[in-house]
Design a protein around this ligand. Sequence first.
Ligand SMILES: *Cc1c(COP(=O)(O)O)cnc(C)c1O
Length: 229
Amino acid sequence: MTNHIAENLLSIRAQIKQCAVTAGRDANNIKLLAVSKTKPVSDIVLAYEAGHRSFGENYVQEGVDKIADLKHLTDVSWHFIGPLQSNKSRLVAENFDWMHSVDRYKIAQRLNEQRPNYASPLNICIQINIDDEDTKAGVLPQDLMPLLSDCEKLNKLSIRGLMAIPKASKVKSEQLASFKKVQDLFATCQQKYPQFDTLSIGMSGDIPAAIECGSTIVRVGTAIFGARN
Ligand SMILES: *Cc1c(COP(=O)(O)O)cnc(C)c1O
């Protein structure tokens, strides 16, 4: 059987390189996160065998189960990218390397308390509700700087930057308009926090626009693993 996942990874990596060239950027500064939510562990193994090492999961229990199943793959990094209820924060703090969707202080505080002492700091992105949509999680841009100040004292967290999911659109000019707002906000943050190095934007349908606007992590599911049910 052909490994379509391996082929898809090759073509997405090529697309990322091409977009980087077009945007005048270094492709080494753009990481590909393979979003494996709802897909079986066997698909993750196929991606792993094709050389891929970082995976994103949206649902806490599903993610934790997969991490346990694949514990022998010690060089994988696991990113939590979904909404998180505070009563599940411990599972994220204990099992994941990255958390992209922190949207309130209470979650940050709990993750900090629950991050085990033996583990390195949990890498964090703050999720921004960039188009002010009622249906989306994330802090509003005007609430970001106060949240970041509050997080400064949380020493088991390493705040790396911002994440956003823009208003769904297939039109590139609209994608660019949303991503440009995140890019500008990220630049503002970097004035106060020059160590911020991560802008987690871009999914299967908007990779070129995201890379044009400075994405350093694209989170890609469908284009690697196929459509989800
Ligand atoms: C599902 C999901 C993705 C991947 O979306 P695709 O369109 O399948 O590439 C990326 N980010 C988040 C937060 C998601 O929930």
